[in-house]
Design a protein around this ligand. Structure first.
Ligand code: 13P
Length: 251
């Protein structure tokens, strides 16, 4: 099964609308001409400028969060309709930073996943263990629980089009990347969990990304692994280095 690779940037809480126009204007020509899907997930306030800046290219824009209700008295939240109208196609759901700082639970993440699918937004569903869990040897067990929780009441047809991002918390923003063997082991475990829930077709088709200190020096090795279908890139997506990661085959 050949799955198309995806390289997605997660800007987190970086870049103003003006900086967005400048950075994407610079990166746009540099990321063209690859055979991977290129996505930039940007802060909500940057979405409109980002969509305008990449218009006419294959680059897709994603959001970093959304709420699971349609509308109403939820001060500060953003609805799926708002994102769709603004031109968003992907949505990061359940990033470890949201689980940690904003107390998002597996149940909330599942509600967001289902709501995103309902609006034809492709969820990029994040999972990943802490260093403590890794040291205790419970990584696969813990991630299996996160995956089962995220995909509750999601049909096989819907699941097939979702993206999963495996991001070990100890590798995020630390410069301490998982070895390609460690990343492959967990991504294979995630695919096995999906196989158990949905069967072969979904498991063979669903894309699983690795995230956590991905850079131009480690991208090629990571993305050569059997079950790693690309990357979710934080820090390096704010720099020209992102274009090298997109063209990882040439590295
Ligand atoms: P870094 O690439 O900065 O480690 O961030 C990874 C990440 O959290 C992407 O979602």
């Amino acid at each position: 099964m050949v799955r198309k690779k995806m390289i997605a940037g997660n800007w987190k809480m970086n870049m103003s609308p003006k900086e967005t126009v400048k950075l994407l204007g610079e990166l746009k020509p540099m990321v063209s001409g690859s055979d991977v899907d290129v996505v930039f997930c940007v802060p909500a306030i940057d979405i409109v400028s980002a969509v305008e800046t990449v218009a006419g290219t294959d680059i897709q824009i994603g959001a970093e969060n959304m709420f699971y209700e349609e509308k109403g008295a939820y001060t500060g939240e953003i609805s799926p309709n708002m994102l769709v109208e603004a031109g968003v196609s992907y949505i990061i759901i359940g990033h470890s930073e949201r689980r940690q700082y904003f107390k998002e639970t597996d149940e909330m993440i599942n509600k967001k996943v289902r709501k995103a699918i309902e609006h034809d937004l492709t969820p990029i569903i994040c999972c990943g263990e802490t260093l403590e869990q890794r040291e205790q040897g419970i990584t696969l067990e813990f991630i299996k629980k996160q995956i089962i929780g995220a995909f509750m009441h999601v049909s096989p047809e819907q699941a097939m089009h979702c993206i999963i991002a495996y991001e070990p918390i100890w590798a995020i923003g630390t410069g301490r990347v998982a070895s390609s063997a460690q990343a492959q082991e967990v991504c294979q475990g995630i695919r096995a969990t999906i196989r158990n829930i949905y069967g072969n077709q979904v498991a063979d088709q669903i894309r699983i990304l690795y995230g956590g200190s991905v850079n131009a020096g480690n991208a090629k090795e990571l993305f050569s692994e059997e079950d790693i279908d690309g990357g979710l890139v934080g820090g390096a997506s704010l720099k020209p280095e992102f274009a090298q990661i997109v063209h990882y085959k040439d590295l």
